[in-house]
Design a protein around this ligand. Structure first.
Ligand code: NDP
Length: 332
């Protein structure tokens, strides 16, 4: 069995992860940590969790807890991961893995030294449509890749209009949403960008200089140009990706959300056809991969190193937006 502790009485835990953990064979949620006694108690009751605590050590000292899911606000990911690793717990950490490169490296080292699994919950690579798209790209179905466009603009729901739009340290579109686009591109293209440039918007929803809109351009190895549009402030938009190759185009529609959704189309000299996709729940998939890694029979969908690479690229994008310059990406 895998016993779980939830570190963070968060929205994403309630909406997706409690269910995804329970969908795994032999997995139980034993405890939830909140900084507020009242919120912890409510979260435990509403989700049928037998205990709650405001003291992380109560979870870390519990020998029945094998794994923790960390979904606190971003500035806590590093210290809580390092503490959990020292206590020998396997860790599924939310993205961004950390706010800075040094912290992310520290987390990877702590988990490596403790011999525990570190996974980062970049869920979009668990979408069956993206997985199919990757297979087609790898099989050379559209020939040599020339350019990619990513559409990931939406309107941030009222319930999420908290730290995302008012915290200059842990908030902002880049580390919240663009970092998912980056991970998805790394997964699909199979490499890291070498150079990035970006311009951001602020002030439509976000304040205190926090960005709420972005356009990014990037160069990937092989002279592949990539463009991302991301936003918190665009209603009625549809998330998607377009991959342009020498022999054809692959188009993914409605594929940038948390839902098991997305339709894939291929257009070439024969015309346009839809490629069938058999969808699965993204979070069930991530939790299954993580559980296999804990049992020593597989790898997480996205590792700590994946989280670090996505963070490094996201920070390069932020630097470009702040300086107005092209930034060379260094993956530590
Ligand atoms: P929440 O704001 O719901 O949760 C973050 C923390 O905020 C919680 O740990 C909680 O603290 C605190 N909190 C929750 N409700 C309140 C409240 N009413 N008043 C004060 N504090 C509160 O954030 P999200 O669930 O949206 O995000 C959590 C993490 O998950 C982030 O790192 C985010 O980037 C990531 N995320 C990932 C997604 C994915 O699909 N991979 C999707 C959404 C988010 P406490 O625990 O102390 O109660």
């Amino acid at each position: 069995p895998i016993g779980w502790g939830l570190i963070g009485a968060s929205n994403v835990a309630r909406q997706w992860i409690v269910d995804a953990i329970r969908a795994q064979p032999d997995s139980q949620i034993l405890n939830v940590l909140s900084s507020s006694e009242e919120r912890g108690a409510r979260f435990a009751t509403e989700n049928g969790i037998p205990a709650y605590t405001t003291d992380i050590d109560a979870i870390l000292a519990d020998g029945n807890v094998d794994a923790v899911y960390i979904s606190t606000a971003n500035q806590f990911h590093c210290s809580q991961t390092c503490a959990a690793a020292s206590a020998g717990k396997n860790i599924l950490c939310e993205k961004p893995v950390a706010l800075g490169i040094d912290d992310a490296r520290k987390m990877i080292a702590a988990c490596h030294d403790a011999g525990v699994v570190l996974a980062v919950n970049h869920h979009l690579r668990c979408n069956a449509m993206h997985q199919k798209l990757r297979q087609l790209l790898e099989a050379g179905e559209i020939g040599r890749l020339n350019a990619v466009r990513v559409f990931h603009a939406n309107f941030l729901p009222q319930a999420l209009q908290g730290w995302r739009i008012n915290d200059p340290n842990g908030g902002g579109l880049i580390l919240d949403s663009t970092i998912h686009d980056i991970d998805t591109l790394r997964f699909l293209i199979g490499s890291n960008p070498t150079h990035v440039m970006a311009m951001t918007q602020s002030g439509r929803l976000a304040h205190d200089g926090v960005e709420d809109g972005i356009m990014v351009i990037m160069r990937f190895p092989g002279d592949v140009l990539v463009q991302i549009h991301g936003s918190y402030t665009v209603p009625f938009s549809e998330g998607g990706v377009e991959f342009y190759g020498t022999n054809g185009v692959l188009i993914g529609r409605d594929c940038m959300s948390q839902r098991a959704a997305g339709r894939l189309f291929m257009r070439n000299a024969d015309g346009e056809r839809e490629i069938p996709v058999h969808h699965h729940n993204l979070y069930h998939y991530a939790l299954a991969a993580f559980s296999n890694a804990v049992r020593g029979t597989g790898q997480p969908a996205a590792t700590g190193e994946d989280g670090l690479a996505a963070l490094a690229i996201a920070l390069a994008i932020r630097e470009s937006a702040l300086t107005g310059r092209q930034v060379e990406v260094e993956i530590p």
